[in-house]
Design a binder for this molecule. Structure first.
Ligand SMILES: *[C@@H]1O[C@H](CO)[C@@H](O)[C@H](O)[C@H]1NC(C)=O
Length: 362
């Protein structure tokens, strides 16, 4: 379809490994298995042409690497102590600063990454009162840090406190300027996205909540020093009529144009799925409407991401037969039911578990 003749390059990781693969639009081919990647590099941040940062979810280390994308070589550069249990990394626009969300420690690390470096500037505490779910919300759990389209603010979803923290990076201050409660209590906000994707300022923020399997939509209003959030919609990640299993744990959210895709995990079905919601415009207000769900060909899709062309989703399954699948996106935003390409879970080593991270980088 929209793919060029040269294969795209895809970055992947699972326990102990960072991989590169070719993706042609109809097939994958793993071309690099990097072993010196730390115990648990479950989230990666790539900076062209050859700089890679990785969390180590099972320790307090964050690492940097040289990644030779054409030459299939990974070489560790630096290893620095920050917060324990970091699960997400996000750069500022200039890639001189990187924010890490530490699910384990309940903190947020701010790194200096200028000139390819890695040095810790500060660590912020997420300290709002805990949510009511004793088991899942036993501590603050920042799960993601997202740069807003203006490049000034980072939104951090905290699953443990049912809050979105807003961090202002102006003048390099990195101060928390807003604590946005996410309701209903016990929702467990996990991953979100600003909307629209291609504007100078976002008009809305959508967050997928893992514990209650809800998508919550906020209207945004920028002030001189912050962004105000007003909730305008909540909808089940399974669609309006669904009755999810008690274990269900929604995962990832991605927006392409006026279409929202989310992953539903631990559905109790043979395979888990991606659900598609269309954003309808009712006057100024967008409204999510459930369209359809498609199988991911495996279970526990912790991460999926949109390809550079915007025409496919690459999905990593941590369980089941298929470790990675490419799901085509039709012109109307609906998802194809036949996979364009896949990688068997068994290709990811003895554990036979698919990757935690998957993203096209070239
Ligand atoms: C980082 O983890 C190591 C190993 O568990 C520990 O010895 C060290 O004190 C930790 N450092 C900080 C700053 O938490």
């Amino acid at each position: 379809m929209a793919r060029q003749s040269a294969p795209g390059r895809v970055l992947l990781s699972n326990g102990g490994h960072i991989y590169l693969a070719d993706y042609t639009g109809s097939a994958f081919d793993i071309t690099m298995t990097g072993d010196d990647a730390g115990h648990s590099p479950s989230w990666l941040a790539f900076s062209e042409p050859s700089l890679l940062y990785a969390v180590d979810e099972s320790s307090n280390l964050t690492r940097s690497f040289n990644l030779d994308v054409a030459g299939n070589k990974l070489e560790k550069k630096a290893e620095e102590v920050g917060s324990a249990g970091v699960v997400y990394l996000e750069f500022n626009k200039e890639r001189t600063r990187m924010v890490g969300a530490a699910y384990g420690a309940g903190t947020i690390d701010v790194w200096d990454t200028s000139e390819g470096g890695l040095s810790l500037i500060s660590t912020l505490k997420s300290d709002d009162p805990l949510g009511p779910n004793k088991e899942r919300q036993n501590a603050p759990h920042p799960h993601q840090a997202l740069l807003d389209p203006s490049g000034r603010f980072f939104a951090v979803n905290d699953l443990g406190t049912d809050h979105i923290l807003l961090i202002d990076s102006a003048d390099d201050a990195f101060k928390i300027v807003n604590h946005v409660p996410v309701e209903p209590a016990g929702a467990g906000p996990r991953h979100g996205s600003f909307y629209p994707r291609d504007a100078e300022k976002a008009t809305h923020y959508m967050v997928l909540c893992e514990i209650k399997n809800l998508i919550i939509v906020f209207e945004l209003s920028y002030t001189d020093s912050s962004i105000e959030f007003t909730k305008i919609q909540e909808i089940s990640s399974f669609g309006p009529d669904a009755n999810p299993s008690a274990d269900a744990a929604a995962g990832e959210l991605a927006i392409v144009g006026d279409h929202v895709y989310i992953s539903n995990r631990l559905t109790g079905d043979e395979t888990d799925d991606i659900s598609h919601f269309a954003i309808h415009k009712c006057g100024e207000k967008p409204e999510l409407r459930f369209v359809d769900s498609v199988s991911t060909g495996g279970t526990l899709p912790r991460m999926f991401s949109v390809t550079s062309s915007g025409r496919e989703l690459l999905v990593g399954n941590q369980g089941g037969a298929l470790g990675v699948v490419a799901i085509g996106i039709n012109e109307d935003g609906s998802l194809e039911k036949e996979f364009r390409a896949s990688i068997k879970a068994s290709e990811f080593g003895e554990a036979g578990a698919g990757p935690q991270f998957v993203q096209q980088i070239a």
